[in-house]
Design a protein around this ligand. Structure first.
Ligand SMILES: [Zn+2]
Length: 332
């Protein structure tokens, strides 16, 4: 079995059964009902796990819940961000459970991994890959010459990673990215750290959770193509800076498009997983996800979903729990 990997830019052979195959798929940031595009990496991860198991592989799938993030503070709009994250986590788990594919082996939350995250950051600072700046901690991109290898950018061409348009004076270099963010007055949750109260950045959450459950080297990292840069580039840099090989294969799924445009909350063209389940049912939805190659964009529309009806009747046997993707999902 070979899978196309973004890192090597070619198909990479999986080890023979029984493996092990250790997989990490980036999960949702929980602040609202997840949209149907969020279900694609979940479905692909679950289907791949179940299919590999049917071939005799020993597989572990980790799918994280990002329950600390700027978007959650913003969406809570003065209310409790922790309560919002908890509620949205419950919605997500109910929605994906109703897809009927089972659940990943581990569903770690960032809020439950704070000690591991702080340990990771401390080690990066100890090796001068990161620095404390008034309670924020940043990764020092210039110290890691391989930066850009995943997204195929030369380190000198990488653009700044300032979250706002104004340059951040606390950074040594605009390319540096936050590992820890000092608590701000409008943020109602924070954690103690050696650098003062604050919370982790998104990228370090995933590096720490992946290594906590899978170890410093694992076979496969999945997620949407929109995560290649900066999220996955930064995960790879953080882990490899410490000498960890981290993921060997990086499999990115194409985005869901809504009449030709990327489906996203900011575009205002969102259909939630719950809406889609209510409207078309889980079998039609699963078939839709398996119609194209996983690395290509997939068009979601009334017409596409209507076309799934007859296909569903023919393919019923393959949609049972734990079934193989058969001829529908072209995985390699
Ligand atoms: Zn991630």
């Amino acid at each position: 079995m070979r899978l196309y990997s973004t890192l090597q830019r070619e198909k990479v052979e999986l080890p023979p059964p029984p493996g092990p195959i250790r997989m990490y798929f980036c999960g949702p940031t929980v602040y609202a009902r997840a949209h149907v595009g969020n279900a694609r990496p979940f479905v692909l991860g679950m289907w791949l796990r179940n299919w590999l198991r049917s071939r005799g592989y020993d597989v572990t799938l980790v799918h994280n819940i990002t329950d600390i993030n700027d978007k959650i503070y913003r969406a809570a709009a003065g209310g409790s961000s922790a309560e919002l994250a908890e509620r949205a986590t419950r919605w997500y788990l109910e929605d994906v459970a109703d897809l009927g594919l089972g659940l990943p082996d581990h569903l770690p939350k960032a809020t439950e991994s704070i000690p591991q995250i702080i340990g990771f950051i401390s080690e990066l600072i100890g090796r001068e890959y990161a620095y404390d700046a008034d309670g924020d901690v940043y990764f020092r991109v210039s110290r890691y010459p391989d930066y850009g290898q995943l997204s195929r950018q030369c380190i000198d061409e990488v653009e700044g990673q300032d979250e706002e348009d104004v340059p951040n004076p606390r950074k040594e270099d605009p390319r540096d990215f936050a590992l820890w963010k000092a608590n701000k007055p409008d943020e109602d949750t924070s954690w103690d750290s050696p650098w003062g109260p604050g919370r982790p950045g998104w990228h370090i959450e995933c590096s720490a959770m992946a290594e906590e459950f899978l170890g410093p080297v694992f076979e496969l990292h999945g997620g949407g193509l929109d995560l290649v840069f900066p999220h996955h580039e930064n995960e790879l840099a953080q882990s490899r800076a410490l000498g960890h090989e981290f993921a060997r294969i990086w499999a990115h799924n194409g985005m869901l498009q809504f009449t030709g445009e990327k489906m996203s909350k900011s575009e205002g063209n969102v259909v939630t997983i719950r809406d889609a389940l209510n409207r078309w049912g889980r079998e039609t939805l699963l078939l839709f996800f398996l119609t194209g190659h996983w690395s290509k964009p997939l068009d979601f529309s009334e017409e596409t979903m209507a076309r799934m009806g007859p296909v569903r009747r023919r393919a019923r046997g393959r949609l049972q729990h734990g079934g193989s993707p058969g001829g529908h999902a072209r995985l390699a």
